[in-house]
Design a protein around this ligand. Structure first.
Ligand code: AMP
Ligand code: MG
Length: 397
């Protein structure tokens, strides 16, 4: 393995290699998790009319305190019959249209005598409890920028702005394969020297969550012909993700066979732990990730590197991993050569997020890793990061 590539350089190469996929129209209701490719603009002012923030009475602020006749009633969804006559009030529901002439709403709990006449003892200020037209957004203004991953708040904003469909990236089609003659499917009996195959199910779940249409291919024996057939098929997808067979052993065939099939290797060997022997290449527009077979290495490789590729293919404004900040609960020793992703559990102690490393940090220990909800990033270097220091982490949940 040549010089190990720093994590940030590896991410930069992935981003520059990924060319955005085609776009498609998606209904807003189905667009959660998708990446927007054209800015979405409001089709209306929001609110579309001055609306009441409270149940109460619409008045002219200058008319109160005082006793006022109730001219009419305004329910949400029914426009007022006309402007508010001078010296009068209108009963109004939350979301009702504040009539022309009125400039304030007095909440019902501050009003005495509800009938044909009301009495208001306190002052009112102009604009109180009135949501002005366009106060949230103006027609034609951008509601969500291109390159944004649509989460619940964005979906709500789009729908509220009258938008029924948006232009999103197509989802990357991912072909997922696992190599290794020792692998058996869960549910089958294990023979001597065999283990259960866990990476395909884990990676399929990981990649689908990040945003991908995953095609899970059969397990591939450590045999050249089997590798050739599987990799050739997988290269038809937008992304080929394999696990296993990228280390230095004589049964590690993925890189060689991929190269024979025209895959241009862009890097092999990243300064990361776990997951050092990760390989990345491309053939045409297809991105090719070779993840190491140890389950935690595969998981970290998928979350850090494959995820970046999937987001870049979809035109994300920033495709790189999004870290959150916390404090490490224990001292973390640094690896001189490699950035490390330490499995940890988050505890919110009221003053902030504390990250408590779990025991069992080896790359085959997927069951130990399963109690973790965070991957703490420990940059390579000398010495240790003392307990209580700020660190950044990727959420696993
Ligand atoms: P490799 O990267 O092929 O050298 O595999 C490294 C280690 O991960 C070996 O102990 C393999 O048995 C194990 N391994 C490889 N692929 C898988 C898989 N799909 N599921 C579970 N363990 C695996
Ligand atoms: Mg193997």
């Amino acid at each position: 393995m040549a010089e190990l590539l720093p994590v940030d350089d590896a991410l930069a190469r992935i981003v520059e290699t990924a060319k955005p996929l085609a776009t498609e129209r998606v209904t807003v209701a189905a667009a959660a998790g998708r990446i927007l490719r054209e800015p979405a603009r409001a089709l209306v002012d929001l609110p579309p009319f001055p609306s009441s923030a409270m149940d109460g009475y619409a008045v002219r602020a200058a008319d109160v305190p005082g006793e006022l006749p109730v001219a009419f009633e305004i329910a949400a969804g029914s426009p007022p019959p006309g402007p508010l006559p001078p010296g009068a009030a209108a009963a109004i529901s939350t979301g009702g249209t504040v009539p022309d002439g009125a400039d304030a709403v007095v909440p019902v709990e501050l009003v005495q005598d509800h009938g044909t006449r009301i009495a208001i003892a306190g002052q009112a200020t102009g604009g109180q409890h009135v949501r002005p037209r366009g106060g949230d957004v103006r027609e034609g203004d951008v509601v969500v920028e291109a390159g944004t991953t649509l989460g619940p708040a964005q979906i709500g904003a789009l729908a509220a702005s009258g938008i029924a469909e948006v232009t999103c990236s197509a989802l990357p089609r991912v072909a997922l394969l696992a190599t290794g003659s020792e692998l058996r499917a869960p549910g089958e009996p294990l023979g001597a020297g065999q283990i259960y195959e866990s990476n395909r199910a884990m990676l399929a779940a990981t990649l689908a969550r990040i945003g991908a249409d995953v095609d899970v291919l059969p397990v591939v024996e450590d045999d050249e012909a089997a590798h050739r057939a599987a990799i050739a098929g997988g290269l038809e997808a937008d992304v080929l993700v394999s696990s296993g067979g990228v280390s230095m052993g004589e049964h590690d065939l993925v890189r060689r066979v991929a190269a024979e099939l025209g895959v241009r290797e862009i890097f092999w060997g990243v300064a990361v732990k776990p997951g050092k022997p990760l390989s990345f290449g491309a053939r045409g527009g297809t991105l090719v990730f070779g993840l190491p077979g140890n389950p935690v290495s595969s998981l970290v490789g998928a979350l850090v590197f494959v995820a970046t590729g999937l987001r870049a293919l979809q035109g994300a404004a920033d495709a790189r991993p999004r870290y959150a900040q916390g404090l490490t609960a224990a001292a973390l020793s640094r690896n001189v050569h490699r950035d490390e992703f330490v499995r940890a559990v988050r505890v919110d102690d009221g003053d902030g997020v504390l990250l408590r490393p779990i025991s069992g940090q080896e790359s085959h220990m997927i069951v130990r890793a399963a109690v973790a909800d965070s991957l703490v990033h420990v940059p390579r270097g000398d010495g240790e990061i003392p307990a209580g220091s700020p660190v950044r982490f990727l959420a696993l949940d």
